[in-house]
Design a protein. Structure first.
Length: 95
């Protein structure tokens, strides 16, 4: 049970992160997206590592990959990553 799946919106979030960072530096964009993606197998293996987010409309967990935050929830096979947002965004509005 240590698999993860990205929602369509999470995939779009990662594409947006890369595009924004690549405007200044392609290598930095590659490294940031890789840094985020590298956290997902660990979260799938240890899903309780993230913070429980009972404050959100849809209960889920979050895990920081500064300056971004991954939002996810447990599934039968591991976790599903719902969103990857910059920490300065209005999280409740985005979810």
């Amino acid at each position: 049970m240590n698999r993860y799946r990205l929602s369509h919106q999470a995939e779009l979030d990662l594409e947006d992160i890369w595009a924004y960072l690549a405007e200044k530096d392609n290598l930095a964009a590659d490294l940031m997206v890789a840094k985020i993606l590298n956290k997902f197998p660990m979260l799938a293996q240890f899903p309780d590592m993230g913070y429980e987010r009972a404050d959100l409309t849809v209960p889920m967990r979050s895990f920081p990959v500064k300056p971004y935050v991954a939002f996810y929830r447990r599934t039968d096979i591991g976790i599903e990553i719902f969103r990857v947002l910059h920490q300065s965004r209005d999280i409740e509005q985005q979810l």
